[in-house]
Ligand binder design. Sequence first.
Ligand code: BES
Ligand code: MN
Ligand code: MN
Length: 464
Amino acid sequence: MLDPVLNRINNHLDDAIERWSDFLRIPSISTDPAYADSMRQATEWLRGQLEPLGFQVDVRETEGHPVVIAHHPGPGGDATHVLYYGHYDVQPPDPLELWHNDPFDPTLVDGPHGKRMVARGAVDDKGQLMMWMEALRAWHAEHGGLPIRATILIEGEEEVGSRNLLPVLERYRDELAADVCVVSDTAMWDIDTPAVTYTLRGLLYTELTCRGPSHDLHSGFYGGAVTNPINALTRILGALHDEQGRVRIPGFYDDVIEPSQEELAQWQTLNMDEAGFLGSAGVSVSGGGEQDRTLLERLWSRPSCDINGILGGFTGPGAKTVIPREASAKISFRLVPDQDPDQLIAAFRDFIEEQAPAGCTTELEVHSAAPAIRIPTTSPYLQAALNAMGTVYEREPVLLGCGGSIPIAAWARDILGIDTLLMGFSLEDDGMHSPNEKFEVTCFHRGTLSHVALLDELRKRTDY
Ligand code: BES
Ligand code: MN
Ligand code: MN
C-alpha cells in the first residue's frame, strides 16, 4: 500500500509546491487586526483543500480568529484515530526592507541543498502542516480513502499564544477525541537527520507597566524628587537575574525537573556544534542564562526569562529632559516541566511589589500562559514515527528537546488526555519569525514521505 503513495508524492511534487505557494500568498498575520479578512480567507482555502479528500469541514468561530475542524471517518473498525494539528497564522514579516522578495510572494530560490521556498510561513507553519495534508491527499488519491480515522484542528492564533485554543479544546472535547495528536511545527537535527521532539518549553508572556506622575514632567524641575517610572521599571527588570544568570523570583526553580543521566548522555551524543549554533545568531559567546549549565540544558531543560520589548519616555532624535508618566516592558518566561504558569504569575506579582520603589504603581497584564510538555518516549506512537522517518531517511532518527513552545501539546494531554507526536522538518537556519524565512524543498518532500510512512505504520498496527 505504501509504495504507490510514495511514488505519487515523488511524481507530483510540483503540484504540491503549487498548492503550498497558493497558501503562502494569503497574508494571515494573526497579531494585526488589519488582516482579519486574510485569516478568514486562509480558513476557506483550507476547507477547499480538505473537502475533496472526503473530510467534513467546519470553520468555527472563537473569541479571536476562527479554527478549522475537519473529520474523516477512515476505514472504520478499530483504526487508529489521529488528531492532526497545525496553525495557519504567521508572524508579521517586518522588517520588510530585509527581505529579498515580497514575503507574501513565495519564491523558489537556489541554495546549497537545492531549491528552497522563501516566504513568511514557508516553514512556520504552512509548509509543515502541508506535509501531512499532502500525505493524506496522496493516500486518498491512490487508495480512495484513508487508512486511519482523522480529525484535523488548524488554529489561527498560535503565534499570539493560542489565546482561544483552550476554550476550543474544552468546548469540543468530545469531537476532538483521538488516540494521538500529530504536529509538524518543530525542527530536525540537521538536513539528513530526522528527529522527534519530546520536550517543549512552555511560555508565560506578560506586560509590566509602571506609572508615576500624572503627566510628563520637566526633569530639572522634578528630577531627584519624583519617582521616574523608567527608573522604577528598569530597577525591577535589572533585579530579575543574578550575576550567574539565574532568575531571582523566589520559588522560580522549585518545581523544575532535572533531566535524567540517560537523557543528558543522549544529548551529549548529539555532539552539538556550539560555535555553529551561536554563529547562526551572529554571536560568539553564550552570555545569556545560567552559566553553569550546558547550552542544550539551557535551551531544553532550564527555564529562562527575557525582556522582549521596552517602551517609554522620549525616543525621538536628539534630547528632551523629561520624566515620563509611565513606562512598560514585555517580559516572557520559557517554562519547563513541572513549573506551573499560574504559580509563577503570583510569584512574579509579589516580586514586582517588593522591588518597585515608592512613588510608582505597577500593573501586570498576562498575555498568554501555557505550560511545558514532556512526551513519554515509551509511547508506541513515538516508536511508529521513528520507524516511519527511519524508512524514508535510511538513518536512525534522534530524539530532541526544543526551547520553543507550542501550546497545544500540553493542553492535548491535559484536556484530551492524549500524547502529541512532534515530527518536525525545519532546519536551524530556516529563519522562523525572521526575514527571508525559508523551507528547503527537500525537507518538505521527505517530510511528506515521512507522513505517508507514518500512515502506513499506523495502518499496520491496530493494537495501540
Ligand atoms: N513553530 C514555533 C515553535 C518552535 C520554535 C519550534 C522554535 C521549533 C523551534 C511556533 O510557531 C512558535 O513560534 N511558538 C511561539 C509560541 C508562543 C507564541 C506561545 C514561541 O515559541 O515563541
Ligand atoms: Mn509554528
Ligand atoms: Mn512561530
